[in-house]
Design a protein. Sequence first.
Length: 289
Amino acid sequence: MNQNSSAQNLKYGDVLIRLLRHGNFNGNHKMAAAIREKSSNRWKNNIVYYSLSDQYGQDEKDLIKDMMQYLEEQTCFKFIEKSSQRDYLDIRKEDGCYSYVGRVGGPQLLSLSKGCFRPYIIQHELLHALGLEHEHQRHDRDKYIKVNYRNVQKGKEDNFDKIPSHLVELYGQPYDYNSIMHYDSRAFGKFDWNRQRKLETMLPLKERITINDNHQLSELDLAKLRILGKCPQNENELKYAGRKGNGQIKEKDDECRDVSLSCTERLCHLEPYTDLMGHYCVKTCKLCS
């Protein structure tokens, strides 16, 4: 996910930093707001107010709302279109795909430009807005991955900075190679003209592990969100099973069902919605086993 080559005031590829924070750290620690023990950057009552720019067409608005709805169904966060609220997500087309981390106060930009309209990219940026940081920047990441800085594009090295432990809360969760917040193994890699591909910048230190560009929320992503939101435990809540084989998603009783209320058969085979529909609308699209 590297659609932000022309965007300014970015840190870590797609994280906006507040200009006022530049003076709070030295040159090596210009951090965005991160998940913290205190609640200063949490959304009050887990309600995230938002506005959608008129730059978006109806299909684009529907896709963003579908991604919000899925997060609502899996967590206790709620996304509500703003009326007179002061703090809200100002979602509009700027020059890439990026967001602040957590609530920063006032209208806060979340940019989704033309190249961002893939379900996993929208979810990635929404998770930043809720308060999650990149998985590969955990302070303990060197136990799990090796960053090959020789293969990183010049000027992009800070995308692999580790976020100090006092600035981020891990919630006791293990390292998650499958997190939607983990960049792929060739992120920001130099281009190898002989092999006609980017060089690997991150190598897993665990056997039988590959680092992919994850296109779905992992169970640990959802666990972190539920802990972040202090969501009540509900034995009947839908368990996210990920996309396996034919895209089937099951409840505890293994019943195949849609997990979105916005499923419509006409989108099952229509690009760019096929991945989305196969992910959340397996019954409507007749993908059940």
